[in-house]
Design a protein around this ligand. Sequence first.
Ligand SMILES: [Zn+2]
Length: 319
Amino acid sequence: MTNTEPVEAGTSSVIGVDVGGSKILARVVDPATGAARGRVKKNTPTDGPGAVVDAIVDSVRALDGWADASAIGVGVPGPVTPDGTAGPCPNIVGWDEPVQVATELAERFGKPVVVSNDVNCGAVAEHRIGSGRGHADMLAIFVGTGVGGGLILDNELIVGQRGMVGEIGHLTVDPGGRPCGCGGFGHLETYAGRAGIDNEMRRRTDANRHLLSQVGDSQLKSRHIAAGLEAGDELSAQLIEEAAHALALVIGNAATLLDLPLVVLGGGIVDRLGEPFLEQIRTSDDFGGVGVDFTELVLARRLDDAGAVGAAFLVADPI
Ligand SMILES: [Zn+2]
């Protein structure tokens, strides 16, 4: 995904930047190995994309050795089109419109810049140095507050004209089902994402108070669900069964459509529940399509700073 001009092949370092809803992280990365050094962390500004771009520039310039880097890769939490236009980013206050981030950053740095979706950066990191290493085709799914994905076919990240390839959290698993933050109904992330499970837990709590008594007024965390399962809490088991069902449906359908041999799963809930949750997905009666025997499901490697490292990989080896 070349946002600006291509980077010459070489061994020099590149910069990886991960822009999150609350923090911006910049690191210097060796694109051959993914080894990262230097670390600058700043709060993400909440007064619009212009301020975020300024903060990205400040973060990179505060890194030792940034001037020697050949290029800069940036991951942002929103859709990014192939020309490096990014947004809207719902997790960043004030970033409500698409903005030509790659062009502006390239002008300010005087170096090539690639901007990508942060989940795609995580998928690329898993593909290059994580659980997907050595596989030409894979789908990475990260189950966190919401559910995001990144698709790699023939060793290339597939982005799409709107930058929406891999938006697996908004595939419909139950027409007319639970309301989704995007305005739709019955989308995967309302069943498998932490926020969706939290909403449903509170809705059903009249019948079962155990889980809510552990969570209280704070947000449901993956550890609450894990503790609920361990304690034999019925609602926890039901909600996780429904999450596994929704993931099985979507993973099987996606694997059938794309002939995928590998799906890498990560994110808070998957990391916490681990292999037993994957087994629940694999053995679900509702595994979609015809891929259940062909498609391998594996846990993500939980790489350090995967977003920044993945962004660096993408700019070092533009697609
Ligand atoms: Zn949705």
